[in-house]
Design a binder for this molecule. Structure first.
Ligand code: ADP
Ligand code: MG
Length: 374
């Protein structure tokens, strides 16, 4: 069976790495020749998501198509569906999630708590929003944002023009109240075509320069919080009629409440630890879910796990080194995505460390990570 993946980045690569063992073949659509997934898939089409010919060539021979990023406009997903190929998650849900305003409206409609937000077409709309909700606030691109690109924090009235001028070239915008969160949490929730649902453990995610940097997870995480978040996750999966793995980013507030920051219609960076940390990874459960196979256990194998991203800190040819100590440790794991070029802020790989006690695992992970260069 050939499974199509829209996109050739590390998420596609890890799906292939994790599920090639089932004998599936993968075909990808990527706009670059030597992409992380392109290096290991069985077939690829080089082309843009906006090119109907490329989409058609890509779809040819695929039994089902999924995606590894949300940067494909809904109408192109609809085109693939019009070729009579199942795309999961499908165009309706992808179209809703890829527009942060539509996504927030939908979440609010189904009773999920989100930060205050408002449609923003002019600078005056930003002023109006600020009069109501105060500063700071965050101006966001409605589409195509990732790793904080597309966000601008506005601390006072004088910054409105700069923020608006910086982001307006990226398309439509929305305003959001600035949430003074205590922690950023996340979960991966998965629902199969048969309606079976599993929710991975709640993780804490620590961002650096708006990029996910460290993910910490432990079996004995706050039960009360886990309960609240599992209810949210289940309500979202059902409320938006989702199939596959859904990444849910959350803010924990000072009063203990939890609100949703955003959804990602795919496997998620905060779930990379599941490859070694859980019995069945998010990558495998995503494929199981869209194919209607029984879902695997999302339970952790150890009491604690920490994932740290390997992020480029210079521009040039990548040359990964410094893994010797990690490789000698049976509870430490390296992942390099095969990107030729490193760039400042580019996700190049990650490490995961598992163990019995979170603070010790975190310390070890940081130490091993500090030896790595790319
Ligand atoms: N309303 C908000 N209040 C405070 N911080 C925010 C808010 N929205 C986003 N952030 C911060 O910016 C990061 C990236 O924003 P996000 O909307 O998740 O965009 P992206 O699509 O780039 O992941 C978040 O992980 C969080 O740290
Ligand atoms: Mg985000």
């Amino acid at each position: 069976m050939v499974i199509g993946i829209l996109g050739g980045g590390q998420l596609a690569r890890m799906i292939i790495e994790e599920t090639g063992k089932f004998g599936f073949r993968y075909k990808i659509l990527s706009d670059i020749q030597d992409s992380p997934a392109g290096q290991i898939c069985s077939a690829q089409v080089i082309g843009r998501f906006t090119d109907y010919d490329a989409l058609k060539k890509f779809a040819d021979g695929c039994s089902i198509i999924t995606l590894e990023n949300e940067f494909i406009d809904k109408k192109y997903v609809e085109y693939l569906e019009s070729l009579n190929i199942k795309v999961l998650p499908g165009s309706a849900v992808v179209g809703m999630i890829q527009d942060k305003l539509m996504q927030k409206n939908k979440l609010r409609d189904i009773g999920i708590p989100v930060p205050a937000f408002g449609m923003t077409e002019t600078k005056e709309d930003i002023e109006k929003f600020a009069r109501r909700f105060g500063y700071p606030l965050i101006l966001k691109s409605r589409t195509m944002g990732y790793d904080g690109k597309g966000n601008f924090k506005i601390d006072n009235k004088d910054q409105i023009k700069e923020a608006f001028d910086t982001l307006k070239g990226r398309g439509k915008l929305l305003c959001e109240e600035f949430v003074d969160f205590t922690r950023e949490l996340a979960v991966q929730a998965v629902k199969s075509t048969h309606g079976e649902i599993k929710i991975y453990p709640v993780v804490e995610s620590i961002q650096k320069d708006h990029i996910c940097n460290i993910v910490k997870v432990q079996k004995n995480f706050d039960k009360n919080l886990t309960g609240k978040i599992n209810l949210i996750a289940e309500k979202v999966l059902n409320g938006i009629n989702y199939t596959g793995v859904l990444g849910i980013e959350l803010f924990e507030l000072k009063n203990g409440d939890v609100i949703v920051n955003e959804l990602a219609p795919r496997v998620h960076n905060t779930g990379h630890y599941t490859t070694e940390g859980c019995y069945v990874s998010q990558f495998e459960n995503h494929i199981r879910a869209i194919l209607g196979m029984p879902l695997g256990s999302v339970e952790m194998k150890h009491d604690a796990a920490v994932m740290i991203n390997i992020i480029g800190d210079r521009n040039g040819k990548a040359s990964p080194e410094g893994f010797d100590e990690l490789l000698r440790d049976k509870n430490a794991f390296m992942h390099i995505y095969g990107k030729e070029e490193t760039r400042k802020g580019r996700k190049m790989g990650h490490i995961t460390v598992t163990g019995d006690e979170l603070s010790a695992v975190l310390l070890k992970a940081k130490e091993l990570h500090s030896k790595i260069k790319i």
